[in-house]
Design a protein. Sequence first.
Length: 183
Amino acid sequence: MWIDQLNTAELAFSARTVTVATEQIILRQMTAADIGAALDIERDVYGDTPWDRFVFLSELQKVRSRLYVVAVNMAGRVVGFVGTSFRGAEAHITNLAVASDYQHHGLGKTLLEAMIGVARAHNDTRMTLEVRTDNTNAQQLYRSLGFRDGHIKRNYYASTHQDALDMRLELSPARAEMENGKA
């Protein structure tokens, strides 16, 4: 199970070690101490920081509706993170980034699968996200996990005025039970 507390006051994530490519990576809940590393990853990936320290701090304080998970290599370096907002029956990926030297090895997929597991355990029926229309690698990853294209959001990204593609994944309870070996 990907979530510690189902439908209770706070969302929590159990730390676990996963293998990505051939490397052991620890997935654990993000803390305020990880924000600097998250900002470094954003600079590395995007060339700037779409979010600032205040936004991350604000998100981490919303313990009943937000969950952020970091990926940490065995040397202790944060190499990726994912954030999700949980509202009603919908989980929304708010932020996902993987350090450039860890991209194309399955870490982004691992982080997304972790959040999909949390959303299913939370009994959400869908997961949504936005992705830049020119980010075809990310779109391919999302589609491989079952996300479907939605509409284009014009000028979605404030700093660059780039368009975003809205994507949606329907979370079937029957599918979740089959994946957990309960069907």
